[in-house]
Every structure is written in structure tokens, then in C-alpha cells.
Design a protein around this ligand. Structure first.
Ligand code: SF4
Length: 187
């Protein structure tokens, strides 16, 4: 199925309670054939208003990180665990994430990225292991059954709260950059 069709299908989704508070569904943005996909937590205020992921302060920081890693934002695909804004930017519940994950699975099946960066513990815990700790697992490659290389790192919003996390995130993105470059050179 194409991304356009999935996006059409998601319109009007009421599979969880987050539907009630949204302005827009924030489906995802980027290259439908991206080799690299970034997965965050959920839309914030700016994202909800614009219907685009990572456009607020955390998104601007992500843009800077990508630029420093020589990765063009338009070449990658960016999505979230939940597509509707949780009230007051709270962490989405396990139930909400579970309700929304089928949309993300469809995105992953369609895009077929070879590298996935998990931004923050919500992405890590909902996609890898519910009790996984981002502080322990960041910076180390994981691999899915289908061979996707997965790098967990901190969410850019966490860097805004705690600038000491900038260094580890940059180290993680250097690894992502190297792997991504390898892939681009192979293709
Ligand atoms: S968060 Fe996901 S599952 Fe919940 S209403 Fe929005 S699109 Fe549907």
C-alpha cells in the first residue's frame, strides 16, 4: 500500500482517546523511499497545529543535528509512535501507543528503511521492550529480525531540558551518519 493510501485511511481515526484533543493527525513526513527513518514520541503543540512532525523547538534541534551529520531532512522519513497530540504533551499511555502502532507498522512496511533511529524512551519501549531504559540502551545498534539496524538515542526535547545529553546524542548520530553513508555508497 502507498503512504498516500495509508494517510487517507488514518483520517478520522478514533482508535484511541487522543482523537478527542487533536487539531490534526500528524501522520509523518519525508521521503517515501527513505533508507533512514526517525521515530519520535508524539506531536506537540506546533506539530498538532501544522500536522507535521518535529516542527517545534525539538524539531529545530533535530534539524541541526541532521545537518551536522550531513543527512538531509528531505531524504529521511520522520514519524511518531502516536499520531495525535497527547494533552499537555504528556507521554502517551501504553494503550494509546498500542492502538496507534498498526499505522506505524504500515509505514515501516511501505517505506522499508534500512536504518531506524528511535528518539527517546517512548519509541524504545513501545518498539523494543516495555522496560527498556534509554540511558542504558542508547548508542548501541540493535537489529530487527528483518535486518533493520536500529539506533536508540535521546529525544531532542530531552536535550532542550538537559544540554548535557547533547554529547551522547551527537556520538550516536555520528554512528548513524557512518552507517547511512555506507548504505548510500553501496546503492
Ligand atoms: S493517536 Fe493514533 S490510534 Fe489514536 S486516534 Fe490518533 S491516529 Fe488513531
Amino acid at each position: 500500500m502507498s503512504l498516500e493510501l495509508i494517510e487517507k485511511e488514518i483520517q478520522g481515526c478514533t482508535n484511541c482517546g487522543l482523537a478527542a484533543g487533536r487539531t490534526n493527525i500528524v501522520f509523518g513526513v519525508g521521503n517515501p523511499k527513505a533508507k533512514l527513518m526517525l521515530i519520535g514520541e508524539g506531536p506537540g503543540k506546533d506539530e498538532d497545529l501544522q500536522g507535521i512532525p518535529f516542527v517545534g523547538a525539538a524539531g529545530q534541534l533535530l534539524d541541526k543535528i541532521l545537518e551536522a551529520a550531513e543527512i538531509k531532512r528531505q531524504d529521511v522519513y520522520i514519524a511518531n509512535i502516536v499520531k495525535c497530540r497527547p494533552p499537555n504533551n504528556r507521554v502517551p499511555s501504553r494503550k494509546e501507543a498500542k492502538a496507534c502502532l498498526p499505522w506505524l507498522w504500515q509505514q515501516l512496511e511501505t517505506i522499508r528503511p534500512q536504518i531506524v533511529v528511535l528518539l527517546g524512551s517512548t519509541a524504545l519501549q513501545n518498539l523494543i521492550k516495555p522496560d527498556a531504559k534509554i540511558t542504558q540502551m542508547r548508542g548501541q545498534w540493535l537489529e530487527s529480525k528483518s535486518g533493520i539496524k536500529i539506533m536508540p538515542t535521546y529525544h531532542p526535547a530531552a536535550l532542550l531540558r538537559d544540554p548535557r545529553r547533547k554529547k551522547p546524542v551527537w556520538e550516536d548520530f555520528q554512528q548513524v551518519r557512518d552507517e547511512y553513508k555506507k548504505l548510500m555508497n553501496e546503492s
